[in-house]
Design a protein. Sequence first.
Length: 236
Amino acid sequence: MTNENKLYEGKAKIVWATENPDEVAQQFKDDATAFDGKKKGQIAHKGVRNARISAILFRLLEENGIATQLVDQIFEDTLLCKKLQMYPVEVVVRNYAAGSICKRLGFEEGARMKQPLLEFFLKDDSLGDPLVTDAHIEELELVSAEERDEIKRLALEINAILSEFFADRGVMLVDFKLEFGKDSAGNIVLGDEISPDTCRFWDASTKKKLDKDRFRRDLGDVEAAYEEMLKRVETK
Ligand code: TMP
Ligand code: ASP
């Protein structure tokens, strides 16, 4: 892969063009950022571990009838993916309170939601990725009403599949973020990644955090948490 094939470099991934105009290669980086890029660092082996974790989870979802952009894992740190036109929103599903919902609404960390709680955020670092309501989504024409309902349905279905998968591996799926896009045929497809960068994972018995919160909050043992999550995800 040479530089002229580089389509886009984000905070955690590089997107490369491939010979197939309908496919891109997503290379996962060791770089880590938090707080809209204000905190920067590196997490050793994160690229390889997140690529593997994401590939396994996307395959699990495919097996359960969810369309994802994953085509194949082509290098240790690189996934071949269907090209999508991404929606400008992030979808967060929360099973337990943590992170921004505690700051915004005063939930105690770890409080169980009565039912999975879904939130949309606008993808715009310059605005700090603000929460957007259905009314905001309509006013800004971010996603059509039908697509928004379908995205909500898919996100909750994904939550059910992943929550069970992680519970079987001694992990609480506290919350996670998804990004969806549209493929060339107009289907809504899951894109981006699912990894300890984009989820909160707590060990079910000790409640130890096994995700990027260890980096965000300087809790130490960051690499070990990613290594442990890869091990759990690889458990049959
Ligand atoms: P939050 O509590 O900060 O709103 O985060 C909710 C979930 O979304 C958490 O699992 C981390 C993930 N997330 C991302 O993947 N990217 C982001 O930019 C942010 C802010 C959160
Ligand atoms: N990835 C986001 C950033 O760099 C935030 C986060 O994951 O906390 O700002």
